[in-house]
Write a protein that binds this ligand. Structure first.
Ligand code: NAP
Length: 287
């Protein structure tokens, strides 16, 4: 395999950044990797697990000489991280990210790039509820989509390299306008996380004659609410950064819940069956 990236800098060596490196190493696509982060224990994990060759807590030092910088910190922190590193980038450097929200990140980061350096927005559609370098694994992206969100300012060669990088992880790369991405993922990812957090909150605080209701949970509740164990800081950032699209999705969900409530209150079995049948058909149709 020909080396695609000589020096890769990862800012935020967690599940997403660590898994990218592991996959690229397996593909023989990267020569050396520097991990950049805030906490030393996580960086030391990344070093001892063989994810990174070098580690540093100093972003300026870390990005020096890198031909690609991948940023995988919580979304609200991404523009600040880019602002902090731009003056230390090597000419020709490509900066890209894995953040789950794209409009705000792309519109804030693109104008920060110095002449001769390029920004490409990205979002791999893969993850787990676990965090940190130790949670990363090489097959995370295999057979999963990775969405790149180019704009009219995006450099074609930079886009091509980032696309090749993701293909080498086993991901299927597709392209989307940032706003379109944010509306789709508000529905399909951000709303379900909000619903899971809200459901667990409601049940966890429910008062049924002083019983700990959660001690009775079984398979269905656990399956449905697994994603409520996701990192609160990550989801706080996503909710804040994709606010407008997410509020619309929450409104749509509230309308559905109100309709369901109305049919239950009316004791209308036929209407309830119709509601559940339509939902089941949508669910069964997911491949
Ligand atoms: P993670 O495992 O917690 O890793 C995040 C990393 O960012 C950690 O190494 C953390 O290390 C660092 N970090 C945290 N807060 C920071 C801050 N304010 N400034 C600078 N660094 C910070 O999380 P992840 O799951 O890899 O998520 C990273 C990004 O990928 C997020 O933007 C998320 O939206 C996106 N994403 C996640 C998933 C998913 O399912 N998990 C899927 C697709 C995309 P230190 O605390 O040591 O700095």
């Amino acid at each position: 395999m020909t080396v695609l990236i000589n020096r890769l800098a990862i800012i935020g060596v967690g599940l997403i950044g660590g898994s990218l490196v592991r996959a690229l190493r397996e593909a023989g696509a990267v020569k050396s990797v520097v991990g950049i982060g805030r906490s030393l224990p996580n960086l030391e994990d990344a070093l001892s697990l063989g994810i990174c060759d070098d580690i540093t807590q100093d972003p300026a030092e870390g990005v020096r000489g890198a031909d690609v910088v991948f940023i995988s910190v919580p979304v609200c922190a991404i523009p600040g991280v880019v602002a902090e590193i731009v003056q230390f980038l090597t000419p020709g450097c490509i900066v890209t990210d894995g953040g789950s929200v794209k409009t705000a990140i792309v519109s804030e980061c693109e104008p920060l790039m110095p002449s001769g350096c390029f920004f490409v927005g990205g979002h791999p559609i893969a993850g787990t509820e676990h965090t940190g370098a130790a949670a990363s694994f090489a097959t995370l992206y295999r057979g999963r989509r990775c969405i790149l969100t180019p704009t009219e300012r995006t450099n074609a060669a930079a886009l091509e390299l980032v696309s090749s990088m993701w293909k080498l992880t086993g991901a299927d790369v597709c392209f989307m306008e940032p706003g379109h991405h944010d509306r789709i993922f508000a529905e399909i990812s951000h709303l379900p996380h909000m619903a899971a957090y809200a459901l667990v909150h409601a049940v966890g605080t429910a008062d049924v004659e002083g019983e700990n209701v959660l001690s009775y949970t079984a398979g269905g509740f656990r399956d449905f609410t697994r994603i409520a164990s996701s990192d609160p800081a990550m989801w706080r950032d996503i909710a804040l950064m994709n606010k407008n699209a997410l509020l619309k999705s929450i409104d749509g969900f509230s309308t559905s819940m109100a309709e369901l409530r109305r049919r239950i209150e009316a004791g209308d079995g036929a209407a309830l069956s119709e509601f559940f049948t339509i939902s089941k058909q949508f669910r069964d149709g997911i491949i």
